[in-house]
Design a protein around this ligand. Structure first.
Ligand code: ADP
Length: 321
């Protein structure tokens, strides 16, 4: 039986500038430039693979240097790549990072916007053979929905990272998630779209746990919601029917104390590691998977880059035992 993770999502070539502050409109700043591989889908696939799961990545790539970079890097991490060819350029992202590690991002979706339902369906067998299907929202919603539905039809558990925020995610798509993993901004956006609840993203971490649990239950009655809270860790809310063993209905897991220098891709590290852990030890209590993902994501913030910053299992073990 497979113990694998299938990630359906985006690949981008990231162009990142680090400067003292984030640029304001009309301002020109000097900064340090670096380029590397990213895209929420690819970052999560690299995290899942480096966290120890056999990983397949379904994506769309242009016939250009970015596409070749994706193929080379996937091979280097032992990721099985199922790339749809595209006439559009490979996706790109312009990233600005300030001295505090905060970032702003502009995406050029390129080929990612063309990832088709037909390509996804051509690789349905990989989804059926997996333990966990992971998707985000940087590829067309219809393709994400087809992926989640294919997994559900095959009895494969789904993790939906509803990122980036402010995309009008249809309720049907959200309800196909077994585990939904918004950050604070994405959570606030989902609450506004689906429940008409206006909550300031900066206030999410301050809400009473019982209130957060109620909101999560209303958003995804039959699934687990994990709201990631940056350096503060995450909040987990389970539906009663899904709780196993010692699982509590809801709890906060604090973030690990680290010297964060670049939080780009922290959420991707968290999602990939969570998926890998769920695939490797499906019977374990959920909180154990959350602790693993929290440690993994924290370590990823100690270095720059997106996919490149994903830790390998031995690094994690040497830090946390
Ligand atoms: P995103 O990158 O999607 O905005 P978050 O910022 O919520 O997601 O980060 C995801 C996870 O990464 C958090 O739940 C936490 O475990 C970890 N993390 C993020 N930033 C830090 C940090 N500065 N220190 C320690 N852990 C962090």
């Amino acid at each position: 039986m497979s113990t694998g993770v299938v990630v359906v999502g985006s690949f981008n070539v990231d162009h990142a500038w680090t400067s003292d502050a984030l640029p304001r409109p009309g301002e020109t700043l000097a900064g340090l430039y670096a380029s590397g591989a990213g895209g929420k889908g690819f970052n999560q696939a690299v995290a899942a693979a480096r966290a120890g799961a056999a990983t397949t990545f379904v994506c769309a790539l242009g016939d250009d240097s970015g596409g070749r970079l994706a193929r080379d890097l996937a091979a280097a991490d032992g990721i099985a790549l199922h790339a749809q060819g595209s006439d559009a350029p490979t996706g790109t992202a312009g990233i600005f990072i300030d001295a505090r590690g905060r970032n702003c991002i502009v995406l050029g979706p390129g080929a990612n916007a063309e990832l088709s339902v037909a390509h996804l369906r051509a690789h349905r067998a990989d989804i059926s053979a997996a333990r966990i299907l992971v998707a985000q929202l940087e590829v067309p919603p219809a393709t994400v929905e087809a992926a989640l539905q294919a997994a559900r039809d095959a009895g494969v558990a789904t993790v939906l990272n509803p990122a980036p925020a402010n995309i009008d995610v249809a309720g049907g798509l959200v309800s196909l998630a077994d585990v939904l993993t918004p950050n604070e901004t994405e959570f606030a956006s989902l609450l506004a779209h689906h429940l008409g609840e206006r909550i300031d993203p900066d206030e999410v971490a301050m809400l009473e746990q019982a209130r957060l649990h109620d909101l999560c239950r209303a958003l995804l009655p039959h699934g687990t919601v994990v709201v990631t809270l940056g350096s503060a860790g995450c909040f987990v809310s389970h539906p009663a029917a899904l709780r196993r063993g010692d699982d509590r209905p809801h709890y906060r897991t604090p973030g690990e104390r680290v010297q964060a220098i670049d939080t780009t891709g922290a959420g991707d590290a968290f999602n990939g590691a969570l998926a890998a852990s769920l695939a490797r030890a499906p019977g374990k209590a959920f909180e154990g998977h959350i602790v693993f993902a929290t440690r993994y994501a924290a370590l990823s913030t100690e270095r720059t880059g997106a996919a490149a910053s994903m830790p390998r299992r031995p690094e994690l073990e040497s830090r946390y035992g």
